[in-house]
Every structure is written in C-alpha cells, then in structure tokens.
Design a protein around this ligand. Structure first.
Ligand code: GLA
Length: 382
C-alpha cells in the first residue's frame, strides 16, 4: 500500500468534511493464468497487488450521501431512495450499484460521506473496478454494522457490476481483491469459491506488466458475447457450465457448433488444464514450465478465444524474441490493457528499453511498464 495515496485521500476528506474518517484500502489484481474461465466455473490463479483504491468515509446525518473522486475531481451527490444506474455514470455506477445491491438484500445503509483515490492505471486490466466496489462494500459493512461476510461482500460487488455497468463479469477480480495474501497467488475454484494459497518465489525472475495503453471499445460487448457462447455450448452439452466439459464431450457435439464456438469452448477446457499444470509447476519450482504455459495461454486467447488485439500480440511476440523472458500473455478481459511477463531480473532493464522503443515505433504511442508486488486483500487502515 502506498502511504502517499492514503495521506492524500485522508487529507482531502478532512478538508471537505472536517472529520476523522474510517480508512479502507482495496487492491487491484493480476492474474497469472486462467483467463476467461471464471464465468464457466473454472480455475484461476490471481493475486492482489500493491496498487489499489483508498477510501475515507463517515456516516452522515444529511438527507443525501456524497462521494468525491479525488483523481477526477468529481462529486456524486445522491439520495438513498430509488437508486438507479446513471447513463454514462462511469465510476458513479460502481458505488450506486454497491449501495443498491446491499439494499436488495434487505439491509439498511444510512447516509455517508466519502472520498476515494487510487493508483491503479485505468483500463489496464488490473481491476480498478473490483477494487472500488470492494472498498465501498467493505467500508459500508463496517460503518453500518451490516454483518456481511467477505464472501457475501464479493457477491454484492459482482452483482453491482452486472446490474449497474452491464458487464456480466465472473468472480475472479472481486475474489482476488478481497482475499489476496502477501507474496502469494490464489488458486481459486470458481465453482466452490474455495481457494488454495501458494506462496510464490520467482527467484532470479520477476513479473512485469506492460500496458499497451489502448482499450478497444468492443471490450464490453465482446465480453458478454464470449460468456453467452460458453453458456450456449454448455446447454448443448446439457451440463451446468463448461467446467464439466472434456474434449471428448465437445468433439461429440462438434457438428452442432460453428468452428468458432467449438474453438472457444475448447480454449476453456484447455485453459483449465493449464491452470492445474501451472499450480503444479509452482510447487515444483519449474519456472520454464510457467513461462511456457503463459505463452500457450496467450495463443489460446489470441487464436481460439479471440479476445486479444494487435498491440497485445505485438508485445507478446517481442517478449518471445528475448531470451531473458520466460513467458508472456495478455491479462484480464483483453482487447487492450496489459501483458504479464516473466522476466529475468538482470535482463529486465534491457527488455524494457527494447520494448519501449519498438512499441513506440510500431504504434506511435508509448507503452507503460509496471513492477507489481503480490499483496494482501481489502482491509481497514489503522
Ligand atoms: C474481467 C472479468 C473477470 C474475468 C476476466 C477474464 O477481468 O471481470 O471476471 O472474466 O475479465 O479472465
């Protein structure tokens, strides 16, 4: 967590509301492997990171609630009765969504004032939205003694996203942000919502995120389309989700599917297998296998699942040319955002120089590079 961020948010709160607030921090996440399989109840391997959102909040006795977004210098002033999604509401809808979903459970939230700020690059696929939802549900739970467990809170965050932003996301982001463990990744079973924690040490290697700094705008509709394909194929197979499918089962209905849908479902089956192999390779400390699986995951996302884009493919292809990189792949929903790279520590500087130069040359725009640490999940700051 970043002290500077906390101080800025707390200072801004005191300036606006002249009180000492409750402080919450909620992190963004990375995902090592298991992409686009959470909504098929598959296996994913995410981790919370040391970048996130800090919120300051107190109860208020006025008729409305006020939330100030420090980075954007924008204010949301709203009434708790009849909360509706705002057209083009941006960040506001995440907060309105969380409050509305708490109310739907028959729980009572009073008015509150809040200020929030963050240091997760927006649109980078590091889940600033899950961090924001979790920060608010966590803070409101504490402030109004709602008695919600962490597992209930992440479902509220997810429902907020479904109903107030229209993205029918899985549970990975909210889970990782809420339950993250320092220096560890979580092998999450998206059916049972149980996870195994793996402490991870990359030895002479480290993770680097490289942001394409693009977000193609078909991302949201394409996300829901992919989810629909998975649900349709599961229905043809007469199973609940693709989690229960095997290649043999899929081959049995191949004639009933378009080639595109067959490939997408096959991707899900294969990616779930890769997650299991990846976890095994962590235990065995086999970094080469980790790298290899990252490249394979990318190939699947690019060719079979078709959620990559030229900028992401370019970065992964460049990574392949460098012997100090063991593996790389696009991360998150796709169509922009970051690649995740497993890079030799003492080769990182040259790799970054090289990639900065070639990306700029190719796209006439800079990419950004971030070092991330694996960190704890959503928490109260003392
Ligand atoms: C987004 C969603 C997640 C997950 C990823 C892809 O981040 O919010 O639920 O589906 O995309 O793995």
């Amino acid at each position: 967590m970043n002290k500077k961020l906390r101080n800025e948010v707390e200072e801004s709160f005191k300036k606006h509301f002249r009180e000492k607030p409750l402080m919450i921090f909620s992190p963004g996440r990375i995902n090592l492997i298991g992409e686009h399989v959470d909504y098929s109840e598959g296996f994913v391997l995410p981790a919370a990171i040391n970048k996130g959102i800090a919120v300051a909040m107190v109860k208020s006795s006025s008729k409305n609630s006020k939330v100030y977004a420090l980075n954007k210098d924008e204010l949301l002033d709203f009434n708790l009765d009849g909360i509706k999604k705002l057209p083009n509401g941006g960040w506001r809808n995440y907060i309105l969504g969380v409050v509305a979903e708490i109310q739907k459970k028959g729980l009572t939230v009073g008015n509150f004032n809040a200020v929030f700020g963050g240091n997760i690059p927006e649109g980078a696929g590091m889940s600033s939205s899950a961090a924001l939802e979790n920060a608010f549900v966590f803070g409101l739970n504490k402030l109004f003694n709602l008695g919600l467990s962490k597992s209930e809170m992440i479902l509220i965050s997810q429902q907020a996203e479904h109903h107030f932003t229209g993205v029918k996301c899985g549970i990975m982001d909210q889970y990782a942000s809420m339950f993250g463990v320092k220096d560890s990744v979580l092998l999450l079973d998206c059916r049972t919502l149980e996870s195994t924690t793996y402490k991870i040490d990359f030895k002479n290697y480290k993770l680097l995120l490289i942001n394409t700094n693009v977000k193609h705008n078909l991302a949201e509709s394409a996300y829901n389309d992919r989810r629909a394909v998975c649900e349709n194929v599961a229905a043809v197979l007469k199973i609940k989700t693709l989690r229960d499918a095997s290649k043999e089962m899929l081959d049995g209905i191949k004639d009933e599917l378009s080639e595109e849908d067959y490939q997408k479902a096959l991707y899900v089956i294969e990616e779930n297998e890769r997650v299991k192999k990846f976890s095994q390779a962590i235990v065995e400390n086999n970094l080469n296998t980790l790298g290899d699986l990252l490249y394979k995951s990318h190939e699947g996302l690019r060719k079979q699942y078709q959620v990559s884009c030229s900028e992401l493919d370019f970065l992964v292809d460049k990574a392949k040319e460098n012997n100090d990189v063991l593996g790389a792949r696009m991360m998150g929903g796709g169509f922009g955002g970051c690649t995740l790279n497993l890079v030799k520590k003492d080769g990182a500087e040259d790799f970054i120089k090289e990639i900065n130069k070639s990306y700029l040359q190719e796209y006439d725009r800079a990419c950004s590079v971030y070092n991330v640490k694996l960190a704890s999940g959503t928490r109260i700051l003392k």
